[in-house]
Write a protein of this length. Structure first.
Length: 282
């Protein structure tokens, strides 16, 4: 444990501070320290952030900020960071992850502002670790579109990705999204995580049809992490793997060709490498 005394004030700059996604006790010690010592806090909703500050016993100036704020308001905030320490928080979780902050961070960096990011709560990661779905490779894709066609197009666009897909969704739209997943990504395992870190936390896994039936009968509330397992591995005939290897070997080193075909087929790399050497010798 670091027993070094804390300095009285923070250096000027921007501090990106993750806040709890439900349970206020999930605030980190470092986040609480930065919020206590900064000169002010840029937040989505002063009422929501005010509740957290009261829990921590902190009083600070707060300025409402989101990515739709006027450019001149954002510029004034950035200019203040040359001499003051400003903490950026969202209503819940890590700023910028489907929350405001991208434009502020980008323009602050261009202005030469020192930027510090504090790790902390993130609903997408919390949901993934609860789901039981493969987590060695995943894609976070934010909120699904509200319109049916746009939602279907987005799902079709990521259908080929060999990874667990993570989306944010709301209770009233969940059943429509599950139906779209059933149509665009058939045969996938789905997990729905809701009320994360709260009293009625739930993580339910099943097929899109099973979850559609459940949530039609029990309409959910609140914000949801909706996760879709990777596509099932299809059986690859030996001659198909040979063709894929032969094509890849025309433009790649053997190790690169093997890695590519292994990703595409799920076949063992050692077996593919041995076959690649045979093909090279033919």
């Amino acid at each position: 444990m670091n027993n070094k005394p804390l300095q009285e004030s923070l250096s000027a700059g921007l501090y990106i501070v993750a806040t709890p996604i439900g349970n206020l006790a999930d605030i980190t010690m470092r986040a609480a320290d930065v919020l206590a010592r900064c000169d002010g806090i840029a937040c989505e909703d002063t009422r929501v952030t005010g509740k957290l500050l009261r829990y921590l016993g902190i009083t600070k100036p707060m300025w409402r900020y989101n990515d739709h704020s006027e450019p001149r308001d954002r510029q004034r905030l950035i200019e203040s960071m040359h001499s003051r320490s400003v903490a950026l928080v969202s209503d819940a979780g890590t700023p910028l992850i489907s929350d405001p902050g991208f434009r502020l961070v980008r323009e602050a960096r261009e202005a030469g502002i020192a930027i510090t990011s504090l790790p902390g709560a993130c609903a997408a990661i919390t949901g993934l670790t609860l789901s039981g779905l493969p987590n060695d490779r995943f894609l976070f894709a934010g909120f699904l579109p509200n319109k049916d066609k746009a939602r279907g197009d987005m799902l079709a666009g990521v259908a080929h990705i060999d990874a667990t897909l993570i989306f944010y969704e709301t209770g009233p739209r969940l059943v429509k999204s599950l139906s779209a997943i059933a149509a665009q990504l058939p045969g996938r395992e789905i997990s729905v995580a809701r009320e994360l870190t709260k009293l009625y936390e739930e993580c339910r896994t099943g097929s899109p049809e099973q979850l559609t039936d459940h949530y039609t009968a029990h309409p959910p509330k609140g914000e949801i992490v909706l996760m879709v397992g990777p596509p099932p591995q299809r059986e690859i005939a030996a001659e198909d793997a040979d063709t894929m290897l032969a094509d890849a070997l025309q433009t790649m080193k053997a190790s690169q060709a093997v890695a590519l075909v292994a990703r595409q087929t799920g076949l063992d790399r050692k077996v593919l490498y041995a076959r690649a050497m045979e093909l090279r010798a033919e």
